[in-house]
Design a protein around this ligand. Sequence first.
Ligand code: HEM
Length: 114
Amino acid sequence: MGDLLLYIHLAVAVLLFGLILADKVKAFRGLAIAASLVLLLTGAHNFMTRMVDAPKGWHALVGIKLLLALHVIAIVFLMARGAAPEKQARWRRSILVTGTLVMLIGLYYSNFAR
Ligand code: HEM
């Protein structure tokens, strides 16, 4: 169950990051919002289950990952609602940066740290 939810988290993360990369958050706003909510729920589950026997630095970095992920999700909600094009572009650039960090920290702890 834990592994399955981790894989679902990964698949949905790739989907959401793909939408951001392709600049399609507004066009597929329902999908982007649903993906954000699934990431929040599966992420909360991963957080509780993967905390057991956490490797060195896990709490600090995964805590930062969580905060950055909340930034990504908040901006995705704003982008889904829509705003002036310059604002949309600036928002998208900011979540390309934070989203990349979130992906890298998650992938590191899931695949290399234990
Ligand atoms: C924008 C939203 C998010 C993205 C892009 C994202 C991305 C990822 C990725 C790519 C992984 C690695 C999965 C794997 O290799 O199977 C991961 C793992 C994880 N994520 Fe997320 N995530 C997001 C939101 C969240 C949230 C909101 C939480 C917490 C509430 C969370 C907690 C975790 C935890 C605990 C892990 C496992 C770390 C470990 O294996 O020790 N994630 N995430």
